[in-house]
Structure formats: structure tokens, C-alpha cells
Design a protein around this ligand. Structure first.
Ligand SMILES: [Zn+2]
Length: 233
């Protein structure tokens, strides 16, 4: 992707169609925090979209099945209806991050000194991505039901689609965050940066700009904050 000091980030709005793709050009020699965050958001957004389109059929089948269940359906009925979606999500998140781990590290190294980490398997990546003390893998572990599934008992289309998108964002951002952290060459300081928009939650808002002396996990489900190496005091 690197051509004469220019990193080309291709933003997939749809998938194959080039007419719906935008291209932005980022000058690598001056990749500051804002440029890195913008490029990271495009890369991870693209991966999220890729995962969603891989599981779109399963999402539709699950919604149809959930909607066909009676109001007094048993937990075991919900469990059976949601199981395939749970498992498809876990495997597609792991697989997409497996395919893109090098892209994530490549981009990280444009921002700060780093070393390409050893390739990790989908299962290793799912266990490495963490959100406030829990691994991404654990959210999808079948404990009849998994934590992901338990949120969706009795829910309809809107809630299922929203939870699927949140689960994908959670997995992609947590695993990418961990991948970036092991790529960068042990920075002494880390800066927490939120998106600084109205979507930032109450947990993360006070953390914006805060400097840490050790890497941190994502604070919560679907957290899109960045933790960047920092020279600041
Ligand atoms: Zn956050």
C-alpha cells in the first residue's frame, strides 16, 4: 500500500464496486494523531463492513427464526435460534482480524516506531482482544447462552441488528488495539483519545487526553477510543 511516501487508504462504501469507493491520500511523513486516527477509523470501518456482509445471511435467518417464536418461547428455543449467529460472528471476527492483522500493524508503524509482530491465529487474536477484563472470545463462549446471546432473548430485528454491529465493532476495535500495542516498540507513555463527538460515552469522555504509563484495555463494549504512544508529559 505504501507508494513514494504516500499511504493510500481505500474506503469501501459498498464492496467490489469501484464507483462507490472513495480514496484518501495521507502523507506518511507527517502522520500526526489526527491523521492516524482518521486512517485507523477507515481501515477498521472497512473490516467491520466486511464482517457484516459475510454474516448478513445468518443475521436474516436468525431474525426470521426469532420472529417466528411464540411470546412464551423457552430459553432453549432462543438459545437454538441464536446459536448459529453467535458462532458465525465469533468465527468471522477472528478470521477477518487474522487476515488484516498485518494491515493494522502496517498502519501503526506509520505513526510510531514499531516491529511487525508474529502472525497470530484467529483464536489467539480473539483471546488477545480485551474489554474491561474480559476477552472478546469469552463474550461468544457458549455457556447456554453466551453473553452475546443472553442480550437478545425475546428481541426483534432492530435490537438484533444493533447488537450484531456493536459486537463486530467491539471485536475489531479491541483486537486492533491489542495488535497496535504489541506492534509499537514499548512506548513509555500512552495517550487515551476519544472521538470527541457527541457519541462518546460517560466512561470515556473524562479519559480524553489522559496519559498512562502502561497500555490499557478497551473500557467498554463497542469502545472506539484510541490509545496512542505519546511523547507528552
Ligand atoms: Zn471509549
Amino acid at each position: 500500500m505504501l507508494t513514494a511516501g504516500i499511504l493510500r487508504v481505500v474506503v469501501g462504501m459498498g464492496h467490489i464496486s469501484t464507483t462507490t469507493n472513495k480514496q484518501i491520500f495521507i502523507d506518511c511523513d507527517s502522520m500526526d494523531e489526527d491523521k492516524f486516527i482518521a486512517a485507523d477509523e477507515l481501515l477498521l470501518g472497512d473490516i467491520e463492513q466486511e464482517i457484516y456482509s459475510e454474516i448478513a445471511d445468518v443475521v436474516e435467518r436468525t431474525i426470521a427464526q426469532m420472529e417466528s417464536l411464540p411470546d412464551d418461547a423457552a430459553d432453549s428455543d432462543y438459545d437454538a435460534a441464536l446459536g448459529p449467529l453467535n458462532d458465525a460472528l465469533a468465527s468471522q471476527i477472528g478470521y477477518a482480524m487474522f487476515l488484516h492483522q498485518q494491515d493494522v500493524s502496517d498502519l501503526a508503524m506509520r505513526f510510531a516506531a514499531g516491529t511487525m509482530p508474529r502472525m497470530r491465529s484467529p483464536a489467539q487474536l480473539m483471546a488477545a482482544g480485551r474489554i474491561s477484563g474480559e476477552t472478546i472470545a469469552s463474550h461468544f463462549e457458549r455457556r447456554s447462552p453466551s453473553r452475546f446471546m443472553a442480550n437478545l432473548f425475546g428481541q426483534g430485528r432492530k435490537q438484533i441488528e444493533a447488537q450484531v454491529r456493536a459486537a463486530i465493532a467491539s471485536g475489531v476495535w479491541a483486537i486492533a488495539g491489542n495488535t497496535q500495542q504489541i506492534t509499537w516498540d514499548e512506548p513509555a507513555k500512552w495517550k487515551w483519545l476519544t472521538k470527541e463527538d457527541e457519541m462518546v460515552c460517560g466512561i470515556c469522555r473524562p479519559l480524553n487526553g489522559v496519559i498512562f504509563t502502561e497500555p490499557k484495555e478497551k473500557a467498554h463494549w463497542a469502545c472506539r477510543c484510541e490509545l496512542l504512544p505519546s511523547a507528552g508529559a
